[in-house]
Design a protein around this ligand. Sequence first.
Ligand SMILES: [Zn+2]
Length: 418
Amino acid sequence: MKRLIATFVLIVLVGCVQVAVAAISKGLELPSKERVAEYLWTHASGGPWQSGPNYSFTHPPGLVRFAVPPSVRLAAGMSKRERAIAMHAIALVNRALPYEHHVLLGPDAPAGVAWDWKGGLPDIPDGQIFIEFVKGNPNSDRPGSSAVSHQAIIRKYDALQGRWEKKHLRASAVEMSSVVFRGRPDWQAVSVLVHELLHGLGFAGHPGKDFADSIMENAWFRLDGSLPDIDIDALQVLYTKLSEDTEPEELSALDLGAWNDESTDITGVLGPVSFGVRHANNVSVPFTSGPEPSKPLAESGLSKTRVVTWRGELLGLTPKLRTVAGTATVSVALFTMCGTAKFANLRSFPVLSEPTRRGGVRWGDGTLDYDIRVGSNYLYSTGGDAGAVSGSFYGRNHGYVGGTVERLDLTAAFGARR
Ligand SMILES: [Zn+2]
């Protein structure tokens, strides 16, 4: 794919003062097909995988995934902060996947269902992943774990190869220590939960020191508004190119088919926040990035009686790669931590062309409206138009917000300033 490099200018009105903010879209180099195949092979190999210096674990060989997108269910009793952290971890995983492969959010689940993890999670129905913040220690053989993932996997004996193999991923559970993560920054809980969720989706192991950039090798670095490229690409291959079960011998670069080594991006910049959509290998991945605030929004010092509003821009791609641009307005009532995310003046432009301030043709009816809820520094949609909105507040004094809008007909990201 040809690298697209383009620059355009967004004009943001702040009071009566016009401030010009440059936005650039450019192609980025992505992991090679060989590297992604190697990464997938490590998960299919059966291990042994290291988990810290003094513990290793093994499985039978085989790489398995859910046959259809699973439902994720949050255990009843989560705090508002834990729920927002879980919703953000789910959102980061979904940003990596095409909309039709997104994991779904199911109704809340009863607590304590992972107790029989050695017996195959009998209380978790087929095709579901339960996430729970547990009061005591997570159920695990490994002493001192602050988080674990368990998978219920059907195995079969392959007489020809003389080995047991993984054949079917039935259900998963993720347990996080409520006590441990209560005292940690939000981003640590999000990063660890994403790691466990990816175990639950089929990445069985830790891929080793050659993959230090993967959240599966190191769960303790800050994930901002997207997964690392290696995890994005491998997750897309697992859920869009491979079958439900794959043997390690079937995981070479040749098995991965056509491949883009670089992406075409549409990117906006607003103050310290970047936002946009990365397109490669036929998948559009929305992203945001920016500095994490030091306190939750509820403790920002902004008056609790206020409705606070952030205004900015949305940029996106349609499934046919027309570009879409419009305005973004996020409002939060600090006394309820509920609010709205509204997108207006939405216009579409020719395939991979730069949006301009004027011009384009109206996209849909020109607007998208969502109800949102905020926990700590994360927002997620609870109703409104079709699709899902997720985001995080950024910067000193929560001066900025960045987020994504994902629907069948649009993959977009937005940045806005208070
Ligand atoms: Zn792990």
